[in-house]
Design a binder for this molecule. Structure first.
Ligand SMILES: NC(=O)c1ccc[n+]([C@@H]2O[C@H](COP(=O)([O-])OP(=O)(O)OC[C@H]3O[C@@H](n4cnc5c(N)ncnc54)[C@H](O)[C@@H]3O)[C@@H](O)[C@H]2O)c1
Length: 392
């Protein structure tokens, strides 16, 4: 792995909690990458995530598009988001990071945080916006900001468009893999870990495509029903942290331990919660044929090698969950308007093309899809740098 351009550790003077910012790379002087908050978050984790963002940006490079990829970055705060002190820590972190957010780091929600919370904390920290660093790159800043604000106000059946775009992309990745393998949607079973932003939207889009969601896990445990769960009822019963109120469970739904989602009898497994969920010691319990990484870094490399050896395909995070980030920029730069159907159609088209490209490359090179995605990135980064300049 190349050394990041910038890597820093911040210590909160009030609580002693630590926060991290890693800027892996700049393109036209700017980088993109969300901010996560979780107990135990480390600089290593944030470094890996920042590198992943560089890849996600490069993978969506379309020479014809208005959106020109940025560099990759990531922020992380080592604190439980439910800690009563969490919000004040977030504000102090953003205040300390203000020079970076103002000039070169565009950020948004990630694990443990919602965009509303990031926006509120950013305002309190004296920032114009969490993505203000990109404004100088816009042709018509006023129109672009209005378009993005309007897009954020769009809701589809109780969930904001900003929370749906990423899962729409994850679901389309699943459908593309099924299509290539000639597997029908109906009767294909899915288990999802995490029912927050990514997990919820993925579950909704897959259920609406005709797949059966038979297990979902949140921080309190797994909910399973081999006959299929009522996804919309579970989504509607979530609190702000993505925890489902068990009062809505139906008679056939069962409550199982937290890690039961992993060994559910399914074809598709979607880790959509924490990093490092699947390691060498628990991968043996997986019977799924595909693991689709809605979360960032949920499968450890040693586990992936063991899974590949027994024919389980991992569709990598850098491709699969890249839809959220791309949607922000497609909207802001004007490739799409503030419209859900247009956003979903564009996301589906782009994600299907990307997954096809990756799987074809993996087949041609005889590698894993992840290695293929990395190879595509390695081809594109110099092209982007040649066109927009080297910043590292
Ligand atoms: N939000 C985004 O825009 C975005 C975009 C791309 C990738 N991701 C990645 O997707 C993952 C999830 O992010 P999110 O924003 O959806 O998070 P979130 O905070 O909205 O939701 C997290 C969900 O995971 C559950 N969870 C947390 N710890 C768990 C555990 N140990 N076991 C089982 N469930 C657990 C929570 O109960 C909740 O349902 C992260 O890896 C994140 O980096 C997020």
């Amino acid at each position: 792995m190349t050394t990041p351009l910038l890597s820093l550790t911040w210590t909160d003077h009030v609580t002693g909690r630590q926060g991290f910012l890693v800027v892996d790379r700049l393109v036209r002087g700017v980088s993109s990458g969300g901010l996560r908050m979780r107990e135990g978050c480390t600089l290593d984790e944030v470094t890996g995530l920042a590198r992943g963002m560089t890849m996600k940006e490069a993978l969506h490079y379309d020479p014809e598009g208005r959106y020109i990829p940025l560099g990759g970055a990531k922020g992380g705060i080592d604190c439980d988001p439910r800690d009563p002190a969490a919000y004040a820590v977030l504000v102090r972190f953003l205040r300390a990071m203000r020079p970076y957010v103002e000039s070169l780091w565009t950020t948004g929600e990630d694990l443990g945080l919602t965009q509303d919370l990031v926006d509120r904390a950013a305002a309190e920290a004296g920032l114009v916006s969490s993505i203000q660093a990109v404004y100088p790159l816009l042709d018509d800043e006023t129109a672009a900001r209005r378009r993005l604000a309007e897009a954020f106000a769009v809701e589809v059946d109780g969930i904001g468009l900003d929370e749906l775009a990423g899962g729409c992309g994850v679901a389309e990745s699943v459908l593309t893999a099924l299509d290539r393998a000639g597997v029908p949607y109906a009767g294909t079973r899915v288990a999802v870990q995490g029912l927050g932003t990514m997990g919820a939207a993925t579950a909704r889009f897959l259920a609406r495509a005709g797949l059966d969601i038979v297990a979902v896990a949140d921080i309190k445990g797994t909910i399973a029903n081999p006959a299929g769960l009522d996804v919309e009822a579970l989504l509607a019963a979530r609190d702000a942290y993505g925890t489902v109120d068990r009062a809505v469970l139906r008679p056939g739904d069962r409550e199982l331990p937290g890690d039961a989602w992993l060994s559910a009898d399914v074809e598709v497994l979607v880790p959509a919660a924490v990093s490092y969920a699947i390691d060498a010691s628990n991968q043996g319990r997986i019977t799924a044929r595909w693991i689709v990484e809605a979360a960032n870094m949920p499968v450890l490399p040693a586990a992936e090698a063991l899974l590949a050896a027994r024919g389980v395909t991992v569709l990598p995070d850098v491709v699969v969950n890249s839809g959220t980030n791309a949607w922000w920029w497609w909207t802001l730069f004007g490739d799409i308007g503030a419209d859900a159907q247009e956003a979903f159609a564009h996301t589906r088209r782009a994600m299907r093309a990307l997954v096809e490209l990756m799987l074809a490359r993996a087949e041609a090179d005889g590698t894993s899809p992840r290695a293929a995605a990395h190879a595509i990135v390695a081809d594109r980064l110099p092209v982007i740098a040649e066109r927009f300049g080297w910043y590292r």
